[in-house]
Ligand binder design. Structure first.
Ligand code: SUG
Length: 416
């Protein structure tokens, strides 16, 4: 079968909670201390997958990582009763945002003709830095075929790497050689710049990318300061189309010029700040969208439903659809529980261009499997978690059992 784009969504784990752990992520900070709804969150994530499957798009998933992470608490000599922030870190369900799981370079882009993946070290945020060993373990199962995939260790600290959230690929078609665009931040601003330029360059070298088809672009410091803690909060690309905010890149004209040089068929849709300000873009997450090519032809932008509630964004979307541009449809999905932690539709998915037959089928989903997962979530996921619940043994028993039930349903007990 031909190479296709498969979106691997993070199944939202039973410990989903609002602890305000991510400085610079305005939604996460704003919701710190609120009660979360893990069951509703996971069902919303699953409904998004079903929505995209109904469009005819291939869909995969990654399972939540083991939480609470006692080894992490032990390493920090922390006690749940007294060290509440560290405990919240050990409970974090942040692996749901699989756009931060890895950077993926599809086979047509790499020197050895295999699809290369490097798990993100996520060193900028302590609660996320614990993810990569378990993420890598899972990727090694899902992408075990050495004929088709190459898995790398993460970039060493302190070069922060946030994975696909700061990486875009443009191409004439998914199965054609692509231009890989790495977006990094310059430190020293109001909020952390999580992606280090040297991390991006190390990955490009490791993946065997052609320097002629690799771009390293600085994110505009004002975007990070406005709450765009990842590039995917202000830009998204699919095939020959880049959809971005006017203030996404430090040198926008130079960036567009280099893209057009490398890919003459590139179409760049730039949203002016006068129409959607950076603040509005961060609030609505217009760019944290899935820009997809539909099997019926044409592209659709799958946006969070918050976009319809934010007047400037809604007005822009109406004009976008009415224009004769490459984006023909804008489709809202409800992922509010994730959005409250700063994770929109694009954060929840990792794109892998591959032949589905080369991937472990346990990580691919169809309607019947979605039904089975839904039953496990409905039966086992906690309805609500209050921040002070995280110290309770009874809740821990519930979430550990919930994950075990999921793994058993999927035949993935080896990831326990
Ligand atoms: O790293 N939120 C995540 C959101 C990640 C979004 N991903 C992309 N843009 N691709 C983060 O900031 C909040 C956790 C908390 O506060 O409990 C959190 O980790």
């Amino acid at each position: 079968m031909a190479l296709v784009e498969i979106n691997f969504d993070g199944l939202i784990g039973p410990t989903h909670n609002y602890a305000g752990l991510s400085f610079g992520n305005l939604a996460a900070t704003a919701h710190a201390g609120q009660a979360s709804q893990p069951r509703a969150a996971a069902l919303q994530g699953l409904a998004k997958m079903r929505h995209n499957m109904a469009l005819g798009l291939p869909q995969g998933f990654l399972v939540p990582l083991p939480r609470p992470n006692h080894a992490y608490l032990r390493a920090l000599n922390a006690q749940p009763e007294t060290d509440d922030v560290l405990t919240a870190m050990a409970w974090s369900a942040s692996s749901m945002w699989t756009a931060n799981a890895a950077t993926v370079s599809p086979a047509p882009d790499t020197a050895d003709g295999r699809c290369h993946l490097t798990p993100a070290n996520l060193v900028s945020m302590p609660h996320r830095a614990q993810e990569w060993p378990d993420t890598l373990r899972q990727l090694m199962v899902a992408f075990a075929s050495k004929d088709h995939f190459a898995l790398h260790p993460p970039v060493p600290p302190s070069f922060g790497d946030e994975g696909a959230a700061n990486h875009m690929r443009m191409c004439a078609g998914h199965d054609r050689p692509g231009l890989e665009i790495f977006v990094y931040g310059r430190p020293g601003g109001k909020f952390p710049a999580r992606q280090h330029e040297q991390a991006s360059r190390a990955i490009a070298r490791g993946h065997g990318l052609d320097p002629q088809r690799s771009l390293f672009v600085e994110q505009k410091p004002e975007a990070i300061a406005a709450g765009a803690f990842h590039n995917d909060v202000v830009a998204v690309a699919n095939e020959n189309v880049l959809f971005c905010h006017e203030f996404a890149f430090a040198d926008p004209e130079g960036t567009y010029r280099r893209i057009r040089q490398a890919l003459p068929e590139a179409e760049i849709v730039i949203v002016p700040d006068s129409e959607v300000s950076l603040a509005d873009a961060v609030a609505s997450y217009l760019f944290n969208a899935q820009l997809v090519t539909l099997p019926t032809g044409g592209m659709a932008l799958i946006v969070p439903s918050e976009c319809a509630e934010q007047p400037a964004t809604r007005g822009y979307i109406d004009r976008l659809v009415a224009s004769n541009g490459p984006i023909r449809q804008v489709l809202p999905v409800d992922v509010r529980q994730s959005m409250a932690n700063g994770g929109g539709p694009a954060c929840l998915r990792l794109r892998v261009v591959a032949d589905p037959a080369t991937i472990d089928p346990r990580f691919l989903i169809d309607e019947a499997k979605a039904d089975a997962i839904e039953r496990v979530i409905s039966q086992h996921w906690p309805e609500t978690i209050e921040p002070f619940d995280l110290q309770f043994v009874s809740l821990e028993e519930t979430v550990v059992k919930a994950r075990q039930a999921l793994l058993a349903t999927l035949g993935l007990e080896s990831l326990a």
